[in-house]
Design a protein around this ligand. Structure first.
Ligand code: AMP
Ligand code: TRP
Length: 333
């Protein structure tokens, strides 16, 4: 690792990702990895906070590893690993638990949402989720954390815990900054544009998965909920059209003004097909590339193992410092 700043992010292997994950997270990772020392994790321990089928989870870990690579994470520049392979994450989470209060966790929006959705399984892990996330970030002396807007509150807690620990025990952690790109921070559901596009939506037409082929993508966009008049403009009164324009702009790099001008006078039908086409053109090659990686599990295992070795070295540097500061006796090796 050279002296560039550290960037850390992670994604849960909880299913096939959507274009929301791609635009909010993955796409930025690729762009940022040249200017930062990128560390990217598969947040498998986080996924366990919602009941998983073990064989499906295992398959999803490989799916996500292959997708990271297909989206351009370059393991000669960046570190790619599975969170559970580096036990320092769980260890630091324990220490951070001792300086975090239940009230801070019970008021988190995502905890409240997930508690409603999984009423039969409101477990301690679900509540503690943001503390493990803080451990992920703080272990690497991270300076930048690219995430979608839904993670802002969790990131804020990571900063609070870093500052609190530093005040209690002396300078130990860097205080991380978030990186939330404006146009793609929050991609909304195609079926209900007031809700976030989510891979766990029961309505398959509500999201575009990174595994959808061109026909499926265009069909889903044709069905996307829009608004009553026929103007293609960004406006708070037109959440459906605004969301489609955001997606169009995020995939083409155009500004809202340029896109609005381009679609002036055109109907919703043509507009939706045009959005579907730019999305499919980008997603299709990624899906094919991902499938190539997936067919070589041995290669994926070797990438993850090498990634874990590199991550572990960095993580234990911070963890040892933390253990010393709080008064634990370091094991004599
Ligand atoms: P998750 O699937 O919850 O592990 O999310 C992985 C990353 O994708 C996080 O950085 C999220 O903030 C981001 N993300 C998830 N859904 C969306 C969305 N609809 N729009 C933008 N970013 C998203
Ligand atoms: N909680 C994040 C999500 O659901 C995933 C995640 C886990 C993460 N650890 C992280 C993101 C550390 C950024 C940094 O999207």
């Amino acid at each position: 690792m050279d002296d560039k700043k550290i960037l850390f992010s992670a994604i849960q292997p909880s299913g096939i990702l959507t274009i929301g994950n791609y635009l909010g997270a993955l796409q930025n990772f690729k762009k940022l990895q040249d200017d930062y020392n990128g560390i990217f994790a598969i947040a498998d321990l986080h996924t366990l906070t919602v009941r998983q089928q073990p064989s499906v989870l295992r398959a999803n870990v490989y799916q996500l590893a292959a997708l990271y690579l297909a989206c351009g994470i370059d393991v000669s520049k960046s570190i790619l690993f599975a969170q559970s392979h580096v036990s320092a994450h769980a260890e630091l989470a324990w220490i951070l638990n001792t300086i975090c209060y239940p009230g801070e966790l019970s008021r988190m929006t995502q905890f409240k949402d997930k508690s409603k959705r999984h009423e039969d399984n409101i477990n301690m892990g679900l509540m503690d989720y943001p503390v493990l996330m803080a451990a992920d970030i703080l272990l690497y002396q991270t300076e930048l954390v690219p995430v979608g807007a839904d993670q802002k509150q969790h990131l804020e807690l990571s900063r609070d815990l870093a500052i609190r620990f530093n005040n209690l025990y002396g300078e130990t952690f860097k205080v991380p900054e978030g990186y939330i790109s404006k146009s793609s921070a929050r991609i909304m559901s195609l079926a209900d544009p007031t809700r976030k596009m989510s891979k766990s939506d029961a309505n398959l037409n509500a999201f575009i998965s990174m595994d959808d082929d061109k026909d499926t993508i265009i069909r889903k966009f044709k069905r996307a909920v829009t608004d009553s008049d026929n103007k293609i403009v960004v406006s708070p009164e037109k959440p459906g059209i605004s969301n489609l324009l955001s997606i169009y702009c995020a995939f083409t790099g155009l500004t809202f003004e340029q896109a609005q001008e381009y679609f002036e006078g055109k109907g919703y039908g043509d507009f939706k097909i045009a959005v579907g086409e730019v999305v499919a053109d980008k997603i299709d090659p990624i899906r094919l590339e991902k499938n190539k990686f997936l067919s070589d599990k041995q290669y994926l295992d070797s990438v993850l193992s090498e990634g874990a070795n590199k991550a572990e070295r960095l993580a234990y540097r911070t963890l040892n410092k933390v253990y010393k500061k709080v008064g634990l006796v370091l094991r004599n090796r």
